[in-house]
Design a protein around this ligand. Structure first.
Ligand code: M6R
Length: 369
């Protein structure tokens, strides 16, 4: 069933264009308005929610962190992202005006389930973003938005992550539509841009040979750092998590802006650092700030592995290696930039002789608290 791939993980990385495409399918009604699968929440409640809390664990939580940037921008509702196990046990402020969004591939993660129950006891409505039909969390939620990634077998989550971001973005657009935060043509434009993403993700996968080569060369490395900013920050965290869980080497993700507040002390000659560079076409001035970060760490001897958008030549003077991704709107870029990091972790772990589908000490779904 691996479809000719060496591992389920490799197969699932290749499934990603389809997973994202399928998650986008059939989401509009006859009037072109976005629809949710199983909505047992009154629309008037969704119009009045004053806070969104995303609860999830691991990779699903990083999908939530990415979605926060988009939902706040589109809906002007404050979004908090909480690890489910922390949320449950810190007396969180949730009430009837809170919308909780639980993100989970398996639908069975006990930490997330307990947080869902707690949120509902406090009167909050819960929408879950789930991949596995018939699982527990959607049954205990007020509404469900299914990701259509297909079964994910490898313990390390890949295609679920991309579909979770896609589904959370659909939810953000749905809320913006319902609450009148955006004009219908603005929503339609973003929906169309989302529909271009499967082709672009395929392009990133097709360009994977170089990142695989570098990963094999780095099989004996003992530490890799990941830097990102804005939506690139959770992507950096996810890149580090993939490497930890698969290759068992020290890996850490940082917000690029935080570098000078401490982590730059870690930089010594030869330290490998992935840097996710925001689009130079973005509205913020973040591109030049991240370029300065690359310059700073390079000056201290870091080996810079840079993820940049096609045509962004500003990275060239400071990059030991560039992995190019197709151009995309800033908020959609994580669907592309995470892919080389997944490929890197998968290939590096394989080069170390490890089983990427069954990393040590881990289970696919964590059904105990
Ligand atoms: O099934 P879930 O999405 O609720 O699982 C959450 C985490 O346990 C999961 O994402 C985990 O972090 C993965 N092993 C990451 O690759």
């Amino acid at each position: 069933e691996k479809g000719g791939f060496a591992s389920f993980m490799d197969k699932e990385i290749h499934d990603q264009p389809q997973a994202v495409g399928d998650t986008l399918l059939g989401r509009t009604d006859l009037e072109g308005r976005l629809v949710l699968d199983d909505l047992r929440i009154d629309e008037s409640v969704l119009r009045t929610v004053d806070k969104i809390v995303v609860i999830a664990c691991g990779t699903a939580a990083y999908a939530g962190h990415v979605a926060k940037y988009a939902i706040e921008h589109w809906c002007r509702i404050p979004v908090e992202v909480e690890l489910a196990h922390e949320f449950r046990y810190r007396d969180p402020v949730v009430n009837e005006k809170t919308l909780v969004v639980a993100i989970t591939q398996s639908g069975e993660t006990m930490d997330t389930l307990m947080a869902v129950r707690h949120a509902r006891e406090q009167g909050a409505k819960v929408i879950s973003i789930v991949n596995t039909h018939g699982s527990t969390i959607p049954r205990e939620s007020d509404a469900v938005l299914y990701t259509h990634a297909g079964p994910e077998i490898a313990v390390a989550s890949t295609k679920a992550f991309l579909s979770q971001i896609t589904a959370a973005y659909l939810l953000g657009l749905y809320l913006a539509q319902l609450r009148g935060n955006m004009f219908p043509d603005e929503i339609a434009k973003i929906y169309d841009e989302l529909r271009e993403m499967p082709g672009k993700i395929q392009e990133v996968i097709d360009r994977g040979a170089r990142v695989r080569e570098i990963a094999r060369w780095m099989a004996d490395t003992s530490s890799v750092l990941f830097l990102g900013r804005h939506v690139g920050f959770p992507v950096a965290m996810e890149g580090a998590l993939k490497l930890k869980e698969l290759a068992y080497i020290h890996a850490e993700g940082f917000a690029a802006g935080e570098l000078k507040h401490g982590p730059i002390a870690l930089i010594e000659p030869g330290q490998a650092v992935f840097v996710i560079v925001p689009s130079p076409r973005g509205r913020h001035s973040l591109h030049s700030k991240v370029i300065s970060n690359i310059q700073e760490i390079r000056a201290r001897g870091a080996r810079t592995l840079v993820l940049a958008e096609d045509g962004d030549e500003a990275v060239l003077p400071y990059a030991d290696e560039v992995f190019w991704v197709p151009q995309a709107p800033t908020l959609l870029a994580p669907l592309l930039t995470v892919v080389p990091l997944q490929i890197f972790a998968c290939e590096l772990a394989t080069a170390r002789g490890l089983d990427v589908d069954q990393p040590r000490n881990l289970a696919k779904s964590v059904t105990v608290e």
